[in-house]
Design a binder for this molecule. Structure first.
Ligand code: NI
Length: 300
């Protein structure tokens, strides 16, 4: 009896380990992205409001002053949004990948509220354009990041709604996962993406057929930095640079601090080797709906 229940506990805890381990291994790029951190904008806004109140000329008497400061304490922050920063296209030179040694940097699983802006800052500072394959789920609350990326000249593709293994889904779910982020991105940026990267690089004939119907080209990669695994800026950089070749599509994720740390080195070292960093449309030119691309296959 006790042996039996001991066995049962062992089996149960084994199962639990399996479940926890399993969900963890899948979570690297999709789970754990949601953050419930408070929006710092609110704090900044309310302290700004307070400063404004204090800098008013002191014509009011002490009692009024007191009343005013009391009311400003209970007042909710001004609902008027802070003025939107305006973004301008990153100035880049005209590119001809038939002549130049082009590689494309691609970022999956964002937008991330902290990491993607860091990536965008580096891209702007280094005058680099890139391609982002974004999750529909991540777009909510990060609209300004999409708008910034678009305005600066980057290319936005999709990466499904919440990172499932597409071939495991029924037809309806598969279609929704592929289409909903396109619509969401269009709502936010005014332009519907036409490039999709299937999560884990997993697709089957049904996925390709639906991509063709939905006006999506399927963009894979041929240089995997494994940034999600090594989480090490040096190793991520080494894999990007060692793997690079003319026409390469380099896979990165704009959700890891280590990737944001690596990016300046990756860009610097690739340029030192004579590479021109381009977007997927610059690298591949026209990509018909339903076509599949691992690299810009050019004769060296
Ligand atoms: Ni992914």
């Amino acid at each position: 009896m006790s042996q039996n229940s001991g066995l049962r506990i062992a089996v149960l805890s084994g199962l639990l380990t399996l479940l926890v381990g399993g969900s963890l291994s899948l979570a690297y790029s999709s789970g754990a992205l949601f953050s419930s951190e408070p929006q710092s904008g609110l704090v900044a806004q309310s302290s700004l409001h307070h400063d404004d109140a204090q800098s008013q000329p002191s014509k009011v008497n002490a009692a009024e002053d007191k009343a005013q400061s009391a009311s400003s304490q209970v007042q909710t922050p001004d609902p008027a949004p802070e003025p939107e920063p305006t973004y301008t296209p990153i100035p880049v030179e005209k590119v001809d990948c038939a002549v130049q040694k082009c590689v494309a940097l691609t970022f999956d699983d964002g937008p991330h509220q902290d990491i993607t802006p860091r990536i965008l800052d580096t891209l702007r500072e280094t005058k680099t354009l890139a391609t982002f394959f974004q999750l529909g789920r991540q777009m909510e609350g990060n609209e300004a990041i999409l708008q910034r990326a678009k305005a600066e000249g980057h290319v936005l593709g999709t990466h499904t709604w919440d990172h499932p293994q597409l071939p495991l889904l029924n037809d309806g779910d598969m279609r929704w996962q592929m289409d909903a982020p396109k619509d969401q991105s269009k709502k936010i940026t005014g332009e519907q993406p036409t490039l999709i990267r299937p999560p884990y690089g997993l697709f089957n004939d049904a996925v390709i057929a639906h991509a063709a119907q939905s006006n999506d080209a399927v963009i894979m990669w041929d240089v995997d930095t494994e940034d999600w695994k090594n989480k090490d800026p040096q190793e991520t950089t080494r894999r990007a640079v060692d793997g690079a070749h003319r026409g390469a599509i380099i896979l990165l994720h704009d959700v890891h601090p280590s990737t944001a740390d690596a990016l300046p080195m990756i860009i610097q070292e690739l340029r030192a080797q004579g590479y021109t960093l381009v977007t997927i449309p610059q690298l591949l030119g026209d990509t018909p709906a339903g076509s599949i691309h691992y690299s810009g296959a050019l004769d060296e």
